[in-house]
Write a protein that binds this ligand. Structure first.
Ligand SMILES: CC(=O)N[C@H]1[C@@H](OP(=O)(O)OP(=O)(O)OC[C@H]2O[C@@H](n3ccc(=O)[nH]c3=O)[C@H](O)[C@@H]2O)O[C@H](CO)[C@@H](O)[C@@H]1O
Ligand SMILES: C=C(OP(=O)(O)O)C(=O)O
Length: 419
């Protein structure tokens, strides 16, 4: 186990290059199990969740090889198993995509219940509702989700809640089904569109991804090809906020600026200057920021996966801000850790009231989940003195080479073995 030690106070200046999107990559890899041929997937982030999904694909019989840390070749024509039940698979959230992919491929699937960050209840009833509507029988037994279908037949599915996971999972199960599947009230996140683009490049017929109605006309088989994953909206937003926290001047490169609108606009409200290029944004921040109010919502709303980082940033703004978590029941568990660094925040249910103008000082803290860890890093970059962040394994789930990237921007950050 390792910990991060950050000595705060340095202004971040320079350029940072963003890797491929975690939440697209962990869906596109399982999608490659539907392909009867070889595909090459580029711009994958080299992070723990991606490596775990790759290992799971190999355990199922696919042949995979990294051409370099960011490009994976996958040949799933050798796939022989529909059972992904080893314990390590259950540790990540995206393991649920193996269910849709294996069900689509073999018309049967057995996969452990998914893990991932703990924000209270993370149900999968909408995934199951979708699979059942397509004709599968689904049971949960001894922590394993089992889905069996003689045939999968397209139909209309209305999602009761806007769910990224259910939207993608139903798409995976439907691309090789008979007839047409229509997903209504679908999620519109960039990674939903990316998975649809990947499937279409392999020969699927998916239309409407990025709107709330997605139509999937089943095809007989998917053929191989090359695809590059989109840049990570959340990693980009994290570095934008890290730059702003230190009064910095940073070019955040290899991104799709349109994916950042909800974040950029909030940062502009805070008095931060955002310059937008074709594939970058430049963040130039004054030392003093203005308070604002934020509510997280499904895309195109403000992303919940940037809520903790935004709360960290608001903790030093002039005035009081409110942050409402509109997606998860319980995503403020990290606030006590942020308070140890000096933030003044009160939580009432799904609302956090951030008092602002906090004088942050180094402390010993623990990352309680992935983005909570990122929020602690951001706070530590401004805090006076040294902050030690334990449980770095959570941060490593979503950020490739975080200390190298921050060091290159001028931060004082080191990883060392946990004491
Ligand atoms: C691997 C991955 O991509 N993880 C992301 C994905 O998680 P995940 O796919 O788990 O999140 P969902 O979009 O499904 O969840 C959104 C909301 O719908 C509810 N819900 C979801 C499914 C379901 O069957 N029933 C149900 O009620 C959830 O409790 C939550 O309140 O989207 C979330 C929302 O953008 C992000 O925070 C996660 O980083
Ligand atoms: C919550 C996240 O991931 P997961 O759904 O994989 O736990 C995240 O990426 O912020």
């Amino acid at each position: 186990m390792s910990e991060l030690c950050i000595r705060g106070g340095n202004r971040l200046v320079g350029e940072v290059t963003i890797n491929g999107a975690k939440n697209a990559a962990v869906a596109i890899l399982p999608a490659a199990l539907l392909v009867d041929g070889e595909c090459e997937i580029e711009n994958l982030p080299y992070i723990d969740d991606v490596v775990k999904i790759k290992d799971a694909m190999e355990d199922l019989g696919a042949i995979t090889s990294f051409m370099d840390n960011h490009t994976l070749k996958v040949d799933a024509s050798t796939l022989y198993s529909h059972e992904a039940t080893k314990e390590y698979i259950g540790n990540i959230r995206a393991s649920y995509y193996l269910l849709g992919a294996l069900l689509g491929r073999f018309k049967k699937a057995e996969v452990c219940m998914p893990g991932g960050c703990n924000f209270g209840v993370r149900p999968i009833d909408q995934h199951i509702k979708g699979f059942e509507a397509l004709g599968a029988k689904v049971i949960i037994e001894n922590g394993i989700i089992k889905a069996y279908a003689g045939r999968l037949v397209g139909t209309k599915i209305y999602l009761d809640v806007v769910s990224v996971g259910a939207t993608i999972n139903i798409m995976l199960a439907a691309v090789l089904a008979e007839g047409t599947t229509i997903i209504e009230n679908a999620a519109k996140e960039p990674h939903v569109v990316d998975v649809a683009n990947f499937l279409n490049m392999m020969g699927a017929e998916v239309k409407g991804a990025g709107t709330d109605v997605i139509r999937i006309k089943g095809v007989e088989r998917l053929m191989g090809g090359k695809y590059a994953t989109i840049p990570d909206q959340i990693e980009a937003g994290t570095y934008m906020m890290a730059a702003a926290m230190t009064g910095g001047d940073v070019y955040v490169r290899n991104i799709i600026p349109e994916h950042m609108y909800s974040v950029s606009l909030k940062m502009i409200e805070m008095g931060i200057h955002i310059e937008e290029g074709d594939d970058y944004v430049r963040v130039v921040a004054p030392r003093e920021l203005k308070a604002t109010n934020v509510k997280t919502l499904p895309h195109p709303g403000f992303p919940t996966d940037l809520q903790p980082q935004m709360v960290a940033l608001l903790s030093i703004a002039q005035g009081t801000s409110t942050v409402i978590e509109g997606v998860w029941d319980n995503r403020f568990q990290y606030i006590d850790q942020l308070k140890r660094i000096g933030a003044h925040i009160k939580v009432d249910g799904r609302m956090a009231v951030v008092e602002g103008e906090a004088k942050l000082t180094g402390a010993k803290v623990t990352a309680t989940d992935l983005r909570a860890g990122a929020a602690l890093v951001i706070a530590a970059l401004r805090a006076k003195g040294e902050t030690t962040i334990k449980n770095v394994k959570y941060i490593d789930r979503g950020y490739e080479a975080i200390e190298e990237k921050l060091t290159a921007l001028g931060a004082q950050i080191k990883r060392r073995a946990d004491k």
